[in-house]
Structure formats: structure tokens, C-alpha cells
Design a protein around this ligand. Sequence first.
Ligand code: GDP
Length: 430
Amino acid sequence: MTQPSARTTVVVGAQWGDEGKGKVTDFFAGESDFVVRFQGGNNAGHTVIVDGREYKLHLIPSGVLYPRPLSVIGNGVVIDPKVLLAEIRYLQDRGITPRLAISDRAHVILPYHIALDEALSGHQGSLSAGSTRRGIAPVYADKMYRHGIRTIDLLEPDIFREKLDKAYAFNQALIEKGLGGRLDRSREDIFHEYVDYGQQLKPYLRDVGCLLDEGLRQGKAILFEGAQGVSLDVDHGIYPHTTSSNTVAGHVSVGSGRTFRRIDRIIGVAKAYVTRVGISPFPTELPEKDARDLRERGQEFGTTTGRPRRVGWLDLVQLRQAVRVNGLTELAVTKLDILSGYDTLPVCVAYRIHGKMVREMPASLADFRAAKPVYRDVPGWGSLPPDVAQRPFDQLPEAMQAYLKFLEDELHVPVTMASVGPQRHETILK
Ligand code: GDP
């Protein structure tokens, strides 16, 4: 692999998450000076295989597995300190001492956020977002209410206590009086536990915006690692069936403090088919009897829950939005190997909604629920030659090349990476 010439690269999900971003970020991570997360929390998860060893990371950027980069957790990320400290220990147990910088402005998940998440899930019913119940939505809500607790507060007990008094009372009332739930942790208990977490995290806390700005001036290579995907973005996704943060590339600056100028590459990662965890309209979803086969081949089961993912055909309406909103400079297409053996591959090029052809993602939930996919059948590539991973891009099976060219023409963006297996060497660059 050659060293990427671009100095700042952003990798984001172009669908509903689980696209294989871990593999694509990993590709750049080793040659970067900073690998930065800018949104989300431990509701994300990457699987990275390095030297045949599999690592599961939820909060710490994948760059942590390499000696060169500093792993950065930006202010836009929400941090459960217990989970973060456990992840640090997980790495230490495997002989890796994390080089880590954590924003002093990042918001902290507290036990009442998790209790509130639990109580909310029952309340939202069919409009729920399929919460992972890790307190992510409540912590972002507290940030907007402006009684959130930031990492820096854990180091200042008087300020922490002042803020906690307000936040605890508010959340307790909401959970117990508003939603009939239960908060079984006392304020004092939480205070002492979190002051202690603060001390453990202290060596890592930094002004991340200044750190990255300095890096930018020195011409260092910065990689931004997105979590989830565009259809889960709280503004641009299928609201309210979204996550609680902005997942799109435009958020890198807000979520890290590094300027949004001078970004060289914005890579969208798309799986060659689509998967979705949780509730929402899903126009290209396969009926269960057809879904089972694709799910098994692609091993589409939740990383932590083991729950089967919903699966469907590639959706260009979704990808069109991903290209436009993120300003993608290129697309990486993963899991092409999983589609081997089909004679034809249906690709959704538009939705039919109440008799009208629609090429862009609708805002209306009613329209989304009514959307029927309009497919174009493109020829499949049969089984893959055993040496496929060793081939240059222009010697991939012709039907696969034609399929990728079809995506380029429809989406007006180059496909620069094609992935045909989970291993690092199974990624073919154009
Ligand atoms: P993320 O949520 O987008 O970061 O998704 P992950 O990086 O966790 O990827 C999901 C799974 O797909 C992981 O187990 C990867 O090893 C696997 N994977 C990634 N690319 C490919 C591919 O091209 N082919 C196959 N078969 N598996 C892949």
C-alpha cells in the first residue's frame, strides 16, 4: 500500500452503519498522525482485524492499534467513562498502551441517562429509533438543555456538584414522575464515582481543537472516523428513526474543533447491499424468506446483541443523498464477495410514491412508508475467481466492473475502493 498523499481524510457511512467503515479507516489509520472520532458514543462499534487478530472497539478510534497515530476523541463524542476505561484496559490486556487524547469539552454519560433511555424506549413505541439504551439520546438532550456534564467538570468538584444538582433533579423527575421509570442511584454515589473517573481520565484530557489545529499547521495527516451512517443522521436521516448525533462529514469541524477548510478526501463507505438494525421504513428490504440467505452469507448479525439485521438491495436514492450531503469525493464499496453467485442484482434507482417517481430521500414519513423501490436489474458476476483479491481493479470480473461503473454513472462519484473480503489485503484500490 502506498502512503495516502491527502493530509486530511474523512471516512463516513453512506447507509445505515455497519458498512465496513472499520476496514476502510484501518486502511489509512496506520499512516495517519491523528485518528479522530467526532460524533456518537459507545453505540458504535468497529471490528478491525490486524495481523490476524480481531479487535472490537466502541469508543476509541481504530488508529489505536498502530504505533504512529494519536487517537483523538473529539468534543462531539459522548463518553461513558466506565466504558472508556474498560476499553483502555481491554487494549492494555492485549499489550497495547493507548496513545489517546480526549476532549475536555466532551459530554459525559451518567447513570440517569441510561435509566432515562430505558424509560423512553417504552414510551416511543413504533416511533422509536431502536435505541441501544446506553444513554446516548439523553446525554445529547442534556447538552442542549445546557445542564450537561463535560469531562473537564469531573476535575472541578465544586462545579461538578453545582451542575449535577440541577441535572440529577431534572432527570430524576423525568424518569420517575414523567415516565414511571426508576433511578436507583443516589446523587452522592454518582458524584464520588465520577470524580474518581475524572482522575483516571485526567492524563488524556486536552483541548483537542488546538491540538488538531497545530497538527494541521505542521502538515500532519488527520483521519476522521465516522460512526453510523447518513440515514441515521439526526438531521438528514429518516427522522425520528435516527441516532442522536450528526453522522455526516459536515460535522467533523463541530465535533472536533478543527476548521472545516482544507479537507482533501471524503470517502463514503457503502455495502454492496443494505442492512438496517431497528425500526424505520426500508424500501428495498427483502422478504424474510429471501433475506435469510443473504444475511447468513454476509453474517449480518449485531456485533454486541447477535440480533439478525434486516437486509435489502442496494438503494441509490439513499446513496445519492449520501454523496450530496457529505460532499463525497469517492465511494468505497464493501462486501462485493457476498453478492457472488446471483445471476442478476436488482439496484433501486428511484422510489415510486403514490404513483410518482422520486429520486431523492423524502422528508415525509408518510411518503417513506408508502415508497416502493424501482429496480434496475444489472448482471451479477457468478462466483469470484480465487485470486480476486490479488487482481488490479481493471482485472476484476467484468460484470463487477460494470456494476461499479453503473454506480459511478448514477451517483456521479468515483468508486476508488472495492472490498471483496474482511481481510486487509482483500481491498482493491483503483
Ligand atoms: P462499521 O460499523 O461500518 O465499522 O462496520 P464494521 O467495520 O464493523 O464491518 C462489519 C463487518 O464486515 C466486519 O466483520 C468486517 O470484517 C466485515 N467486512 C468488511 N468488509 C468486508 C468485505 O468486503 N467482505 C466481507 N465478507 N466482510 C467484510
